[in-house]
Design a binder for this molecule. Structure first.
Ligand code: ZN
Length: 349
């Protein structure tokens, strides 16, 4: 869990992925997980691992598998600094304004990280009317207060600096809770799966992509460049098994294993791959479940539609309270995620 903790505590919003890329890069170099490592023009990190068959023989024309986990998180970029030192921010990714009140934030400036708090304009409870209290502001109505004067803020912070919500990583019962489990869980599963691999006949191109949260912008050129035979997007999905949500809208079952994303708003997974993963899971005693997400998309859509088209599937970890600073993942789903990915890669001939 140490690796997942570090991944979730490293701020990196769309277009500002340099910190998380450095963490992943250093880890995969230190553990010698790949034969080649490159970074593309948009900033996606690509690790290539040649076949390592059990018999040690050369594999002619190995199957090329692309794994894609987006490494960006939803966050903000500073868009305005006023004379009183308040920052206005532009969202990069889909926030629900109801989760933004009274949040601690971190402004990542060139001069260093600056703590702040986020709130919406309006009066405190003591002096607000009932009508005031029912109103939910737009995301763009929130501001950041770093406790600095206008001059101090303007000298230390620049337009375009990233801002992330602060939230600790901790274990709660049988779960882990943190900000940005979407999608540091996918980044983690990709690393873990490669680390557990012994022998495999396929050629693996593991990509940690940029800018997924603003529309799969990094995965499009990455997929074109890798030109894979099979694509596997590694992401998260909703688990709405919570009070007030009808059972038919739960999307996934918490603790029942990694999801094989049958379909979402961006793509329909290759059904042959879904069945292949199910067979590997059954043979190895690993839990997995099918899930359909009516809205939302992920990098698999970009991989699937590159060049002449690619058979693609999305693996996703069920997450409760997604896109908040208290995203929650079940420990057994994390375990099944990396175990199934490893077992499937080993099973390819
Ligand atoms: Zn995601």
């Amino acid at each position: 869990m140490d690796l997942l903790r570090i991944l979730t505590q490293t701020p990196s919003v769309p277009g500002r992925e340099f910190r998380i890329r450095t963490v992943i890069h250093d880890y995969i170099v230190r553990h010698q997980l790949f034969d080649e490592i490159t970074v593309d023009a948009l900033g996606s990190l690509v690790g290539v691992r040649k076949p390592r068959p059990a018999d040690g023989q050369l594999v002619e024309r190995p199957l090329k598998v692309m794994l894609a986990a987006h490494m960006d998180q939803i966050g903000f970029l500073v868009r305005h600094i006023d004379d009183q030192g308040y920052l206005r921010v532009n969202p990069a990714g889909g926030f629900d304004a109801r989760n933004l009140f009274a949040r601690g934030v971190r402004v990542c400036a060139a001069s260093g990280d600056i703590p702040g708090i986020m709130n919406a304009s309006g009066k405190p409870i003591h002096i607000s009317s009932e009508a005031d209290r029912k109103k939910i502001p737009e995301v763009t109505e929130f501001f950041v207060d770093c406790g600095l004067t206008g001059d101090e803020a303007k000298s230390r912070i620049r337009i375009g600096d990233m801002v992330v919500l602060d939230g600790p990583f901790h274990q709660v019962g049988n779960t882990v809770v943190s900000q940005c489990l979407d999608n540091r869980v996918g980044c983690w599963a990709q690393i873990q799966a490669i680390q557990q691999l012994r022998h495999h006949r396929c050629e693996i191109h593991a990509v940690w992509t940029v800018q997924e949260e603003v529309g799969m912008r990094g995965a499009i050129p990455a997929a074109y460049s890798v030109d894979p035979d099979i694509g596997v997007a590694c992401d998260t999905t909703l688990c709405c098994q919570t009070p007030g949500v009808p059972d038919e809208d739960r999307i996934s079952v918490f603790g029942d294993g990694v999801c094989l994303h049958v379909m979402d708003n961006s793509m329909i997974s290759d059904i042959g791959l879904v069945e292949q993963f199910e067979q590997v899971a059954a043979a190895r005693g690993i839990r997995c479940q099918r899930a359909i997400l009516p809205r939302g998309g992920q990098d698999g859509a970009a991989v699937q539609r590159t060049r002449r088209g690619v058979r693609t599937i999305c693996l996703a970890c069920p997450i409760k309270y997604i896109h908040t600073v208290t995203e929650m993942a079940h420990l057994s789903d994390l375990h099944s995620y990396q175990a199934l990915l490893t077992a499937w890669l080993e099973s390819l001939s």
